[in-house]
Design a protein. Structure first.
Length: 188
């Protein structure tokens, strides 16, 4: 009885420290999305000191156009995975569900258009827009996100471009996220 109260028997979930590059689809799948793409070095590094951070296991993997600056249809495709571990009060899947709910709530409060998509146990799509003014030039950057959860892992699949994305580009990111979900599901 005491063990349950202390959280000793809380489930971490299906996954341990998910490496985002392991769930990144192969080059042939990414080729239509990123012109002459290549994986950027230095990806897939866990964050946190001795695994004591809130997300004891987070990693990212990025596929970008070479040479830089080509947006056909995207300049960059990125995958970020956050693996939640159990605490004394919550299971890993509960923490992951809470993190995704918090992200969704933040987007809604900011007025971001967000669409529910059928990925994983719960998934959403949204597009971020950032505008930068450098001296006399104005640069707009668009990031399409498909964010979903499977068990105790929250995955963000995003694609960046300088051209305003249409429905076709948004559908491409959702399709990529579905492939990532299949790869993740196969790991657990």
């Amino acid at each position: 009885m005491v063990g349950w109260r202390l959280g000793l028997f809380n489930s971490d979930g299906r996954f341990e420290d998910v490496d985002a590059c392991e769930i990144m689809p192969d080059a042939a799948t990414l080729a239509p999305l990123v012109s002459n793409g290549a994986r950027e070095p230095g990806d897939s590094t866990p964050e946190g000191f001795l695994g004591l951070a809130d997300d004891a296991a987070t990693s990212g993997c990025k596929w970008s156009s070479v040479p830089a600056g080509v947006d056909r249809p995207f300049r960059t495709v990125r995958i970020h995975a956050a693996t939640k571990q159990a605490t004394t009060r919550q299971t890993g899947p509960e923490r992951a569900a809470e993190a995704l709910k918090k992200w969704h709530g933040n987007r809604v409060r900011r007025g971001s258009p967000i669409t529910s998509v059928g990925i994983g146990e719960e998934g959403y799509r949204t597009t971020d827009k950032a505008t930068y003014v450098i001296v006399v030039a104005r640069v707009e950057v668009f990031d399409i996100h498909a964010k979903f959860r499977i068990s105790n892992v929250v995955v963000d699949v995003s694609a960046r471009t300088h051209d305003e994305p249409g429905e076709e580009e948004k559908a491409q990111v959702v399709a990529l996220a579905k492939r990532v979900a299949v790869r993740l599901d196969a790991l657990g």
